[in-house]
Ligand binder design. Structure first.
Ligand code: ADP
Ligand code: MG
Length: 736
């Protein structure tokens, strides 16, 4: 690379005209040290002069039926709070040289009334309408504050104008919108041409992607909309491309550098097992088993993600895979996120194996439980057994892999409810001796854009079908005032043999208080509304032995109702429990609610999920139907809990719920992404750029396939960038 060019770009920002030491110091505070840094300080939005109109023009357009987005630059005349029926609203009167217009807000009134002071100038953007009183009116518009000079400028240049985020560090260093724009303009004009391209030329041409220098210029000071869009596309593509390269490398490393074992379905073990099952496997379960079996037979290690909604029957699939391993003389591990779940799985599996042993006599299959809270003697015995090959199947929590567990011959690792396990843990697993086959199972449906990115190194299988005889769960939303009726409903259903969960969120910070809250709640209910039926209590402060005892009693129908904190959230399978009451439902996240609801509806009986929330929230939910597509970010923020509750009432399908969740959380906050070991995205979002993701993935995977070590002339540039900018993630790609 041309180091002279690099040196120029690596000079301090102080070298730019009108940036002295004082301003340079302010820039440093927000991480802008060099000229290069400044070139990559991108605008957060642009103001499009091509759609900036005067009021009289805009008015004319609207009268002629125009209903698009426009911008008007105007001065605040006054702002007043008014009553609109029972609701307050803020109306801001504004004017330009040709007339008056108004902006109204129904939310954030206090905030906006402080923003819009008389005499100040703003660029207002949105879709205006003509009001009943013939005023041109914007509702909840976007806006930018503009200085007097600039307002002339904006109206006079025929350009698209960039707006940069100005953190307080810059403001305090007397760098505002206007001066920053000027400084960056100087930097772009004098230095952008020194930048080296960071994507192969060939790739740019083939995919019609704009080069780096042009993109930098167009992102900051676009000639037109098209140029701006192409610049944005380029930066989105670039980061997605490098992300997908890392994904592809992870996969490549797994497939080529690691050797696994080739297994076979050898004896009649599996067919015997299928005979003792009380049901027939669904088509989807069979298909997925076929995929898993092929992986296990192949000498490359399996690295597969199995997705299936709650209750779709993943456990049986896992167990059959484990039996294949055992049949080949290997040990198999099932790793789960909680101790109760480990305990439950080991009990269920034992029961099935016991039935199996009646018709399959060739080999005794031993199962061993390994979890944190076990007695020393019990644990040591388990550990010895695993080392001596006494244990064929081991069930445990992730503590399992942090302790000195010596497997004699580990062939298969299954991770249940995988979103709790990060890439680091997965990597650790793979470092344990011979590389075992790995299957990760998730009930939290993972949107396609995620399986293509953060989970893209895993092969994917989906159980997209529920066991036949299930009835769709009925989900109902109620205010707290309905609780007495809900309790009556529960008691009534006891006659039909129903069992119920009553869940409430953790509200107390300290363990002591939490315990007290749980016990108080339990006592109150069992002494009043539920005094004639049998009620149990399960909370997080119990030892796993206590939890186990309670769960067993519930399973044995010793309790009609189990009052519980979210300890029951993940995986628990009590098919006879068919009513789930969730208190303070607005406090739970959407995937958590879906997981909770997944605890019921696991048999042929009708399941009922009753979400209990604040009176107002329940009432407003029944009145308004919120359409997610039409909510602005501010509204989304405000209606977050309503949207969640409505999604639960409207959808049973976990994928649909995950989609809503993804929208609510926003791109930065998706489960699993932080622990994925991949770089953070700055331009692209996993929610909106699925087409670009598909494209970036195709291009990146093709390159890794044809030139995995980036030795071709064209690809050297890729190698350089990977090492310079993605070293941290690259490291993970090598391990995993
Ligand atoms: P999850 O996918 O949430 O882990 P489980 O494996 O716990 O679901 O299965 C849920 C329930 O459905 C269990 O009680 C299980 O025995 C039962 N089940 C699994 N597969 C079938 C099937 N093919 N037909 C009927 N019931 C099934
Ligand atoms: Mg499960």
């Amino acid at each position: 690379m041309n180091s002279e060019k690099e040196n120029i770009l690596n000079q301090s920002v102080q070298f730019i005209k009108s940036v002295g030491p004082k301003r340079a110091a302010s820039f440093r505070k927000i991480g802008i040290n060099t000229i290069r840094d400044l070139l990559f300080y991108f605008p957060s939005r642009h103001l499009d002069r091509t759609t900036t109109l005067t009021i009289s023009k805009a008015y004319g357009y609207l009268l002629n039926g125009f209903n698009g987005e426009i911008t008007i630059v105007g001065k605040v005349v006054n702002a007043e709070k008014l009553m609109f029926g029972k609701k307050e609203l803020l109306k801001v009167q504004m004017r330009d040289s040709t007339g008056f217009f108004e902006c109204v807000w129904f939310q954030g009134i206090k905030y906006f009334s402080n923003v819009f002071n008389a005499g100040e100038i703003f660029a207002i953007s949105g879709k205006p309408v003509i009001s009943k009183y013939n005023a041109l009116q914007f509702t909840h518009p976007d806006f930018d504050r503009i200085s007097e000079d600039e307002s002339n400028n904006i109206l006079n240049t025929g350009k698209i104008i960039p707006f940069y985020r100005i953190p307080k560090e810059l403001r305090m260093g007397s760098i505002g919108d206007f001066s920053l724009r000027k400084i960056i303009n100087t930097a772009v004009e004098n230095y952008a041409d020194y930048l080296d391209e960071t994507l192969p030329e060939e790739l740019l041409k083939e995919n019609n992607i704009t080069g780096l220098i042009e993109s930098i210029k167009n992102f900051h000071f676009p000639e037109n909309r098209e140029g701006l869009n192409k610049a944005i596309q380029r930066f989105k593509f670039e980061e997605l491309f490098y992300l997908e390269l890392l994904v592809a490398l992870r996969k490549f490393n797994y497939k080529t550098k690691l050797t696994g074992n080739s297994m076979k379905v050898r004896t009649s073990l599996i067919s015997s097992f299928l005979k003792i099952l009380p049901f027939k496997l669904t088509e989807a379960q069979l298909r997925v088993l076929g995929e898993i079996r092929r992986d296990m037979e192949s000498p490359t290690p399996m690295n597969r993600l199995l997705q299936g909604d709650v209750g779709s029957g993943k456990t049986i699939v896992a167990l059959i895979a484990m039996l294949i391993a055992v049949d080949n003389g290997y040990q198999a591990v099932l790793m789960v996120p909680t101790e109760i779940l480990a305990d439950q799985h080991s009990k269920n599996i034992s029961k099935l194996l016991k039935n199996l042993s009646e018709i399959y006599k060739d080999k005794d299959i031993n199962i061993s439980l390994l979890i944190g809270g076990q007695k020393k003697s019990v644990k040591n015995k388990a550990l010895d057994g695993i080392g001596l090959m006494d244990a064929d199947i081991v069930v445990g929590t992730h503590a399992l892999f942090e302790e000195r567990v010596k497997f004699k011959k580990l062939g298969l690792v299954i991770v249940d409810e995988q979103h709790r396990f990060g890439v680091e843990q997965r990597a650790k697993l793979q470092n344990k001796g011979v590389v075992p086959d790995v299957l990760v199972m998730s009930a939290t449906p993972i949107p396609r854009t995620l399986t293509m990115t953060v989970y893209g190194d895993l092969d994917a299988s989906i159980i997209n079908e529920m066991p036949k005889e299930r009835k769709p769960i009925k989900t109902i939303l109620r205010g707290e005032g309905s609780l007495p009726d809900i309790y009556k409903f529960i008691i009534n259903k006891v006659k039909d043999g129903y069992q119920s969960f009553i869940v409430y969120p953790l509200v107390e910070e300290s363990e002591k208080l939490e315990l007290k809250a749980a016990e108080t709640y339990f006592r109150e209910l069992s002494e009043t509304y539920l005094k004639d039926i049998k009620v149990g209590l399960l909370h997080g402060r119990m030892s796993w032995q206590e939890k186990e005892e309670i769960m067993l009693m519930f399973l044995a129908k010793e309790y009609n109702v189990l009052i519980a904190t979210t300890v029951i959230e993940v995986g628990i399978d009590i098919p006879n429990a068919n009513i789930m009451v969730i208190n303070d439902a607005q406090r739970f996240g959407l995937s958590q609610l879906h997981q909770l609801r997944g605890r019921i509806g696991r048999s042929a009986e009708q399941g009922y999920c009753i979400l209990v929330t604040k009176e107002e929230l329940a009432a407003s939910n029944s009145k308004y139907k919120l359409n997610l597509d039409y909510l602005s970010p501010i509204q989304l923020e405000k209606y977050r809990s309503s949207v969640r509750l409505q999604a639960m009432v409207n959808y049973l399908d976990g994928f649909k719920i995950a989609e809503v969740d993804l929208k609510l959380r926003g791109p930065g906050n998706i489960f699993g992404t932080e622990q994925s070991g991949f770089p953070e995205l700055k331009h692209a979002t996993l929610t909106q750029d699925s087409e670009l993701i598909v494209m970036a993935k195709a291009v990146a995977f093709a390159i890794v396939e044809s030139d995995p070590y980036f030795q071709k002339e064209n690809n050297l540039i890729i190698k350089k960038n990977l090492f310079e900018h993605y070293a941290h993630s690259l490291n993970y790609s090598k391990i995993a």
